[in-house]
Design a protein around this ligand. Structure first.
Ligand code: CU
Length: 472
């Protein structure tokens, strides 16, 4: 048995019961106060870079917020960013007016204004918060919020890691007009590179000038100190506005337990994570020997070595770290199929059914469409309380789309026509390019209101690939 099979061997349930609680359940009356002030930040994570960033509390990413499931969050948002802004609480089921969707659940908070977001964060897990107006997300208004689950297995050490990238702002406006073209920077062997025809009309839409983990680029990233024998939990967020990230820790297999903060049907052991835009993964590893290893985002970008941090045991701080190849060839990376399993089949479809075709406009236009329309003319999903809703996406474009639903956790039930054995609970899921399909189902049991459903690629969202789930 591999040493790293500590989570895999028995599945989730027994382990959870056998292990001590992280902390006592919070009383419902507990309120945790945070203040998040958005403002301009001249951001220089690497020498020579002087990026016109926006930051919560003066840092990119914003502060890590922690709360115990059952506590209430009261987040006072003070907007000094110079432009309208809101905070969206990504992955939370919460009162509709707290969702921070500009123009849908609230008007943007004007520059100089403030707004108090108050709710009991639910469900528990690795979630995040970010601006939901114009370019705030691209410029730095994002951060992680951990809603601690008292039922979780206790980690000996835990690291919250926000993978984020600094865009060349000069490439954003052309991308929004449909004429941007930046080089593809996905790692060799990745489906992103394989699915692009050599004569494809677009590469990546936005170019990036720095690749960071928690606000810094290697070698200035914070070192992660661990001890031999520890079981270490990583909470990984991909805050890149347009690109999927592959994340690998040299010399270790990773045991993935949560996707978008939600427990997987069973832990999955892989070499690397595949983290779509806005997705989160909780992954564990065991430190079995002294050493120093790089935790890396993989990419074919020559600057990619920057997106790395050293994980080391005591006394190994200055040892040259073991690194991984930037290629995905032969690398066993996370997929929804591995997590949900195939070969069984889920119960037959019931409830309402929606078919959404994702498409793009002609080169030189800026249309990213659902059933041929751009928001707000896209077809809406109207629900009554407790309806079961099935959504099938068909992706006719040459890029994956990370489709995100606000205010709900949905289940991925089928990928490219193959039913999963166990549904995957998520809030954001990649729909494969070039004819890929994905099915979701969800129950309409969230607070009533209007909830956005959109592609989380910031360019596609701004250019129309968005609709609403509306309670009637
Ligand atoms: Cu998209």
């Amino acid at each position: 048995m591999r040493r790293s099979s500590f989570l895999k061997a028995s599945g989730g349930a027994m382990l959870v019961m056998a292990l001590p609680r992280l902390s006592a359940p919070a009383a419902a009356s507990d309120v945790v106060d945070y203040t998040l002030t958005a403002g301009p930040l001249r951001y220089s994570p690497v020498p020579g870079l002087n990026f016109p960033g926006l930051a919560f509390n003066g840092t990119i990413p914003g502060p890590l917020l922690r709360i115990v499931h059952g506590q209430r969050l009261r987040a006072t948002f003070i907007n000094k960013s110079g432009q309208g802004s809101t905070i969206h609480w990504h992955g939370m089921i919460l009162p509709n007016k707290m969702d921070g969707a500009d123009g849908v659940t609230q008007a943007p908070v004007r520059d100089g204004g403030s707004f108090v977001y108050e709710f009991a964060p639910d469900p528990p897990g690795t979630r995040w918060y970010h601006d939901h107006v114009s370019d705030g997300l691209l410029r730095g208004l994002f951060g992680m919020i951990v809603v601690e689950d008292p039922r979780d297995q206790r980690a000996d050490a835990e690291f919250a890691l926000v993978f984020h990238d600094v865009p060349k702002m000069a490439t954003v406006a052309p991308a929004m007009m449909g004429v941007g073209k930046a080089p593809m920077t996905d790692p060799p062997g990745s489906p992103e590179l394989i699915q692009m025809a050599p004569d494809d009309k677009m590469g990546d839409e936005v170019a990036f000038t720095a690749h960071c983990i928690n606000g810094a680029a290697y070698p200035n990233t914070t070192r992660l100190a661990v001890k031999v024998g520890q079981h270490v939990r990583l909470r990984v967020l991909n805050a890149n506005p347009t690109q999927t990230r592959y994340v690998r820790l040299a010399g270790h297999r990773l045991i993935v337990t949560h996707s978008d903060g939600n427990p997987l049907p069973r832990p999955v052991e892989v070499d690397a994570l595949r983290v779509g835009v806005a997705e989160r993964y909780d992954a564990w590893f065991e430190v079995s020997a002294p050493g120093s290893w790089l935790l890396q985002g993989l990419s074919s970008d020559p600057l990619a070595y920057e997106q790395a941090a050293i994980v080391h045991t005591e006394g190994m701080e200055d040892a040259p770290p073991m690194a991984s190849s930037q290629s995905l060839d032969g690398v066993d990376y996370f997929t929804y199929e591995k997590a949900g399993g195939t070969g069984g089949s889920l119960s037959p479809l019931r409830g309402a059914r929606y078919d959404f075709t994702l498409d793009d406009g002609k080169y030189g236009s800026s249309r990213w469409t659902i059933n041929g329309k751009t928001y707000p003319h896209t077809p809406k999903i109207y629900v009554h309380r407790n309806d079961i809703v099935n959504v099938k996406f068909l992706n006719k474009t040459d890029m994956d789309h990370p489709m995100h639903l606000h205010g709900h956790v949905f289940e991925v039930t089928e990928i490219d026509g193959v039913a999963l054995t166990s549904p995957l609970a998520k809030d954001t899921s990649l729909v494969r390019a070039n004819g890929g399909t994905l099915r979701w189902r969800f129950r309409a049991d969230s607070p009533a209101g209007r909830w956005l459903l959109h592609c989380h690629n910031a360019i596609h969202m701004m250019d129309g690939m968005m609709t609403l789930v509306e309670y009637v």
